[in-house]
Design a protein around this ligand. Structure first.
Ligand code: FAD
Ligand code: NAI
Length: 465
């Protein structure tokens, strides 16, 4: 017998789940959000986007003062207080997760702490500290996110062999950090520890870094990271790893030979997998693919009527902003509105320095599709604001349909690429042409002028290069 009846029960409070719950409440649904951890916000706020960016920002300040401040005429004696840096990161996380508690109160979303299990159509059983309760609901939204993938023969111990969560809280700076995987986590968290003084080597199975992103832009970023001291071994297959005292021995094969790497800490960052353990979704008849993703139609309905799913748990790029947009679109669809996500306009960012950001098609994807594109690029070397900041690396690249001039992709390596890509994502959402961006007035001197110049370069009329 259910204690309460809801219009919607969301299982999971990550950026997908909590945003969906708030939007549903705005639309008048009596909504509950079930989260098994005591803090709201999911992977993103607790052990993902936010703590990683807090450490990236702190370590950026440290590296600037240590290496680059002198060029600005600033002499500084710098000392690292890692414990204080970690406390600051934890405080940022705490403030933001508490912020969601406030948003739930404001929007009258019922917060239910405990592990949710779909017990049948319209029934969610929650097991928490206070025991079991049963929620009756018209609709269920699965937003249970993802977990790190483990490598065979490499057991996490949370101290020497870690995934991203451990690498966000190391108690001291490792002398040598080996990272498996040159993806977003490997390069971002590798950068944090590199800046704080570790020797960092990245082992990547493929022959390039960031396989999902524009190849030339990823290569530019790789060179910039190599200049900072990060080293890469490509075509490296890790066979196993063992802890011996204070060291980790990593066995790998690369270039046809078996090698061993020794380090203090091994970070395994080879991707994440959808998380549905204990959820009861499969038992309820929800269809999944062979990798454990919940399968949905284009309105986020699963194969079982009354059950929807969004975010990392369904196929697609594992990004917080994608999960948020899907959360909004799914509940708007439930309410009979026209919620929709433009999957070709979702930006992706790697928050290294320089940053790498992309939206839409890469040059390779345009080629694969047989789409003729005009490409305009503009280097930050020729941008006044970047030079004033002391930034010389990277460029903006814009791809426009050669026939219509409509922007189909954009890729930026450089300072604050994460902020700069927003203009081009909006341009693509609005179906803008390169000329539209090129003829828009951009303030001087700013980094976005490099975007304007790249748009001008599509029509071969950049001014400053
Ligand atoms: P999640 O955030 O994983 O949330 C799922 C929630 O469901 C969790 O809180 C979990 O405890 C809860 N849950 C699961 N099962 C149950 C159950 N049965 N009952 C109750 N609760 C349950 N993305 C970006 O866009 N930008 C970034 O900068 C970025 N940085 C990242 C850095 C790191 C180190 C990591 C690991 C990830 C990063 N991501 C980033 C990815 C981002 O965190 C995810 O894409 C995003 O969190 C997915 O949101 P979600 O709501 O689908 O799932
Ligand atoms: P990823 O999928 O981005 O990268 C994993 C990398 O590991 C790939 O380059 C892959 O080729 C490599 N790899 C796979 N198996 C390997 C093996 N056996 N040996 C060596 N290399 C191997 O996954 P990552 O970095 O773990 O991130 C997980 C998810 O979190 C991603 O989907 C990412 O989108 C998201 N994330 C997003 C961030 C952002 O938006 N800034 C930051 C961090 C994570």
């Amino acid at each position: 017998m259910a204690d309460t009846t809801y219009d919607l029960v969301v299982i999971g409070s990550g950026p997908g789940g909590y945003v969906a719950a708030i939007r549903a409440a705005q639309l008048g649904m009596n909504t509950a959000c079930v989260e098994k951890y005591p803090a709201l916000g999911g992977t993103c706020l607790n052990v993902g986007c936010i703590p990683s960016k807090a450490l990236l920002d702190s370590s950026e300040h440290y590296a600037f003062l240590k290496s680059d401040a002198a060029a600005h005429g600033i002499r500084a004696t710098v000392e690292l207080d890692l414990a204080a840096m970690m406390r600051r990161k934890d405080a940022v996380v705490r403030e933001l997760t508490r912020g969601i508690e406030g948003l739930f109160r404001k929007n009258k979303v019922a917060r239910i702490v405990g592990t949710g299990r779909i017990a049948g159509p319209g029934v969610v059983e929650v097991t928490g500290e206070a025991g079991k309760q049963t929620l009756a609901t018209e609709r269920i939204l699965i937003a249970t996110g993802s977990k790190p993938v483990a490598l065979p023969g490499v057991a996490f111990d949370g101290r020497r062999i870690v995934h991203s969560t451990g690498a966000l809280s190391l108690p001291e700076v490792p002398q040598r950090l080996v990272v498996v995987g040159a993806g977003a986590i490997g390069l971002e968290l590798g950068s944090v520890w590199l800046r704080l003084g570790s020797e960092v080597r990245v082992l990547e199975l493929l022959e390039r870094a960031l396989p999902g992103m524009d190849a030339k832009s990823a290569a530019t970023l790789q060179r910039a990271l190599e200049k900072q001291g990060m080293s890469f071994t490509f075509g490296a297959a890790v066979r196993g790893a063992r802890v011996e005292g204070d060291r980790v021995r990593v066995e790998l094969s690369a270039g046809g030979a078996t090698q061993e790497e020794a380090c203090d800490v091994l970070l395994v960052a080879v991707g994440r997998r959808p998380f549905t353990e204990g959820l009861g979704a499969r038992e309820a008849g929800v269809r999944m693919d062979e990798r454990g993703h919940v399968l949905v139609d284009d309105t986020y309905r699963t194969s079982v009527p009354g059950i929807w799913a969004i975010g990392d748990v369904i196929p697609g790029p594992m990004l917080a902003h994608r999960a948020e947009e899907e959360g909004v679109a799914a509940v708007e669809r439930m309410a009979g509105l026209a919620g929709h996500v433009r999957y070709d306009c979702i930006p992706g960012v790697v928050y290294t320095w320089p940053e790498l950001a992309g939206v839409g098609l890469s040059e390779e994807q345009a080629k694969e599709r047989g789409l003729a594109v005009a490409v305009g690029t503009f280097p930050f070397l020729a941008n006044g604001r970047a030079r004033a900041m002391g930034e010389r690396e990277g460029q903006v690249k814009i791809l426009a349909d050669a026939a219509t001039d409509r922007i189909v992709g954009a890729h930026i390596v450089g300072p604050r690429a994460s902020d700069l890509i927003a203009e081009l994502a909006v341009a693509m959402e609005l179906g803008a042409s390169a000329e539209d961006v090129a003829r828009s007035v951009h303030a001087h001197p700013t980094l976005p002028e490099a975007v304007k110049e790249a748009a001008l370069a599509v029509g071969k009329r950049a001014i400053h290069i």
